[in-house]
Design a protein around this ligand. Structure first.
Ligand SMILES: *Cc1c(COP(=O)(O)O)cnc(C)c1O
Length: 410
């Protein structure tokens, strides 16, 4: 072998006695075949085997199998982001003339997808009140091919009655898809409760370190899986094996991270929620929260992503309060180790929020810092809003918070 050839065709190392505990990373665009016949029939490998790096590698397939197992599914499909997973479902399931239902509380960019791209394709999207329950029957018709749920919803966290929506959607044969990013399969399992598709943004809690973007779709129906995979292939959607590795590594600690985030959130809420500067707390564990009873019925706990509505305060006071934060960073993509706060305005786009008091809504993501530091940071934030010089902790609140983690043995 000549020198140049040896640079391209190195000797292989024997890995037969190597055992490791992490997911091997297979980087590939080209996949090579044993025979010309195998190459010619490579498209048959789209669902299970390997034909091109874009359509799957042993790394992505392994992560897909893990997600499927966690979701109680038979199949899972990875996409380059959570939003691309939502878009893929809409494009695979709905066609021109169809209707899609989306809760008003759905992830904002998905609603933009509906009003811009889907509408231009002749697919109508109708928004609905996430608390609609069986009332969804009135919005369903023969054109309705897809019903989305997001429970709890983005920013306002209403918990939806998924079994009631599924029962109604069955009547018109619509596919039911649920965005399960907040709960992850640890807290809620949409497929077990009757949904056809469970979607997650793995960029959030699942990967958990704010350093990658990925989405997943989990299903039990092989025909539906193939429809999704075929559409992903037409759109050229694939995932990066390094990101799969990081996501698989993140998943190992997801149960611990989620539990810690829930525990800290409940301690934080106990410490601050009766402060005068707070008009309302939006967290499913509160008895007063929309859908709390459904959360208790269907979910196995909560987490550290919730919102606070501040009593009306001047913009200047809020800006000054954000400026005073030490550990909380200002940012949107929640579920990581670093605690985050993000001002948001759900009222902009929603006709159903008459129950929400006036004032700035701020979403929080409680990370893995020590909870004492986080309480101190938030107490300082509240003092700035209240115009007080001295940080003071709020009263410890009564019994309204349901600390599910206590009843789960710790
Ligand atoms: C972030 C998010 C998405 C989108 O995920 P990306 O991976 O950022 O595209 C979808 N749904 C929910 C509920 C989210 O929070």
């Amino acid at each position: 072998m000549q020198n140049e050839t040896l640079h391209v065709h190195p000797p292989s190392a024997d890995d037969s006695e190597f055992g490791g505990l992490s997911l091997p990373i297979h980087r590939a665009s080209t996949v090579v075949f044993e025979t010309a016949e195998a190459f010619e029939s490579r498209h048959e490998r789209i669902y299970d085997g390997y034909s091109y790096g874009l359509y799957g590698t042993p790394t992505s397939r392994a992560l897909e199998r893990q997600i499927a197992a966690l979701e109680g599914a038979t199949r899972a499909l990875l996409t380059p982001s959570g939003l691309s997973a939502i878009a893929l479902v809409c494009l695979a399931v709905a066609k021109t003339g169809d209707r899609i239902l989306m809760p008003f509380s759905m992830y904002g960019p998905a609603r933009l997808l509906a009003s811009r791209l889907l509408q231009a394709l002749g697919i109508e999207t109708v928004g609905y009140d996430p608390m609609i329950g069986t009332g969804i029957a009135e919005l369903l018709d023969v054109r309705t091919s897809l019903v989305w749920l997001e429970s709890p919803g983005s920013v306002t966290f209403e918990v939806q009655d998924l079994p009631a929506v599924v029962a109604a959607a069955r009547g018109v044969g619509a596919v039911v898809a649920a965005d399960n990013t907040w709960a992850t399969p640890i807290l809620f399992n949409p497929l077990v409760h009757g949904a056809d598709i469970s979607m997650q943004s793995l960029s959030k809690y699942a990967s958990g370190h704010s350093d990658l973007l990925m989405g997943s779709l989990a299903v039990r129906d092989e025909t539906l899986f193939r429809k999704l995979k075929d559409t992903a292939r037409l759109l050229g959607l694939g995932v990066n094996p390094d990101d799969c590795f990081l996501c698989a590594r993140g998943l190992k600690t997801l149960p611990l991270r989620l539990r810690q985030s829930e525990r800290s959130a409940i301690q934080i809420l106990e410490a601050i929620r009766s402060h005068d500067a707070i008009a309302k707390v939006l967290h499913p564990s509160l008895q007063s929260h929309p859908g709390h009873e459904i959360w208790k019925r269907d979910f196995d706990g909560s987490n550290g992503v919730f919102s606070l509505v501040f009593a009306p305060a001047s913009k200047g006071a809020l800006q000054q309060a954000f400026g005073s934060l030490r550990y909380f960073k200002i940012g949107a993509s929640w579920g990581g180790a670093t605690s985050l706060m993000a001002p948001s305005d759900p009222r902009d786009s929603r006709p159903d929020l008459d129950w929400l008091p006036d004032g700035q809504v701020v979403r929080l993501s409680i990370g893995l810092e020590n909870v004492i530091d986080l309480i101190e940071d938030l107490t300082g934030f509240l003092s700035v809003i209240a115009g007080a010089k001295q940080a003071r902790p709020g009263r410890i609140a009564g019994t309204e918070l349901e600390t599910t983690w206590q009843s789960r043995g710790d």
